[in-house]
Design a protein around this ligand. Sequence first.
Ligand code: TYD
Length: 139
Amino acid sequence: MGLLDKVRQFEFSKICDPRGNLSFIEGGCHVPFAIKRVFYIYDVPGGETRGGHAHYENTTVLIALSGSFDLHLTDGKEEIIIPMNRSNKGVLIPPGVWDSMHNFTTGTVCLALCSHHYEEEDYIRDFEEYQEYVKSLKA
Ligand code: TYD
């Protein structure tokens, strides 16, 4: 099973209501980990890219709460591009997958649910180093 095979897409429940829609996410239930950390990305200037890293341990679920962007995921060789454009769609990025976020529309808010607290040592931010790491996994 390759790293990209571990990427999962979720459609969270959507309670449609004339007063406005509602979705909910429970850790360990709708995402397969206890949520230890939440962060969100917003006010992204046109043309900017976010992400550009992989994790050793942390799992992330990304959701475009409003607006849209393209999520690029790679294992160093193959790339998949997932359009993020629905408030109840989540994509799980497993440890070892390199992610980057592109083509943000104005006003996009991206929510990230994480399995681990923030630890800079858990990040691989250099793509060459990442490629070496992926090779070491296969060896
Ligand atoms: P970074 O991981 O580069 O952002 P992104 O992947 O979303 O583009 O993080 C930007 C800065 O914010 C960096 O200095 C680390 C800090 N940061 C925290 O302190 N805690 C966090 O939970 C996150 C995600 C980032």
